[in-house]
Design a protein around this ligand. Sequence first.
Ligand SMILES: CC(C)(COP(=O)(O)OP(=O)(O)OC[C@H]1O[C@@H](n2cnc3c(N)ncnc32)[C@H](O)[C@@H]1OP(=O)(O)O)[C@@H](O)C(=O)NCCC(=O)NCCS
Length: 374
Amino acid sequence: MPIAGAGLEGVVATTSSICYIDGEAGVLSYNGYNIHTLAENATFEEVIYLLWHGKLPTAPQLIELKLSLASERAIPSEVAAFLKSVPQGSPMDVLRTAVSMLSLYDPLARDNSIAASTKKASKLMSQVSTLVTSFDRLRKGQEPVQGDPSLSYAANFLYTLSGKKPNALMERVFDIALILHADHELNASTFAARVTAATLSDIHSAVTSAIGALKGPLHGGANEDVIRMLLATGSPDDAVEKVRSDLANKVKIPGFGHRVYRVLDPRAVHLRKLSEELGRGTGHLDLYEKSARVEEVIKREKDLNANVDFYSASTYYSLGIPVDLFTPIFAVSRMSGWTAHILEQYRNNRLIRPRADYTGEPDGQPWIPIESRA
Ligand SMILES: CC(C)(COP(=O)(O)OP(=O)(O)OC[C@H]1O[C@@H](n2cnc3c(N)ncnc32)[C@H](O)[C@@H]1OP(=O)(O)O)[C@@H](O)C(=O)NCCC(=O)NCCS
């Protein structure tokens, strides 16, 4: 049996019509729409529809989607009580637990038909935003803010987080960030979601698996590490010195490198621009400038490119988002991609069950009585 490369590198594990990546050319598209086209023209709601249905919505379809997203934001009182009971919890742990808990109160929990799973996907998309913003307010001793159905998904998230309606620039920047993070083919968390879905387990379980995978610092957790690195250093020169010393000590620099891209991550192009634009408007340009210096040095000295997490860090910071919500926000956006992939898996399912190349002791070891064991 041929053995796949470590970490399944280069292995094509499924067919999918949702997301296309050309890592050599730096191309990313959702259902054929290039990420640059989407970042420049789409709203996050249009992207959600695109990922779920494989085509852009018509005007009535978009209205219907927005209405259903706005009407499903409420979370069960038991889940709200849970959020209140763990003020010191790490937001990703709280989110993972709360998403799992939602299934206990979902009337469709035991119905795993495609129709019910599609409804549950839509509800999860709405509720994930409420979970993240409510938890942040509750841990600060504030009451959760009721969503405003007239706002976009992005604006409503920022509104329910801070209690203030965002200005047009903040809304657009956050909307684009959500679009850029929405899907990325068989990344680790989406693969985890599909593996769980392929056992014909329910959509809440599949999404819970995904959140657990996203949390790790090699995946979605990297954006929090990036901002901590930037904030822990003073001038751009200090940041460069820190990064050089980390590289010399073989420490991985968060926000750099990618399993698939051999050139600049196309999402980083937009996030770099947004980080600068927003930094200029909010007095955090120093973070952008530090990031740009670090990027230039790592590219020149190691030929490593920035990935999606590098400039999303300074962008979110400039939006006033607490650092430990950066990865949960990634989850909010990626909920659209995860659920699209889970539904695609259900539609054409086969159990995902690879093999391992066994490297342990040969079969047939003699039994050793416990008193004789070393
Ligand atoms: C994303 C990541 C996990 C991909 O891992 P991978 O495909 O297994 O790549 P490898 O770890 O094998 O790296 C290949 C080479 O590039 C180097 N490299 C990769 N990312 C690096 C980084 N962020 N900093 C320093 N060196 C890095 C490795 O040291 C290795 O060099 P070597 O061949 O001399 O040993 C890895 O680049 C990483 O840890 N990045 C930082 C975390 C991050 O930003 N994650 C978010 C990804 S979107």
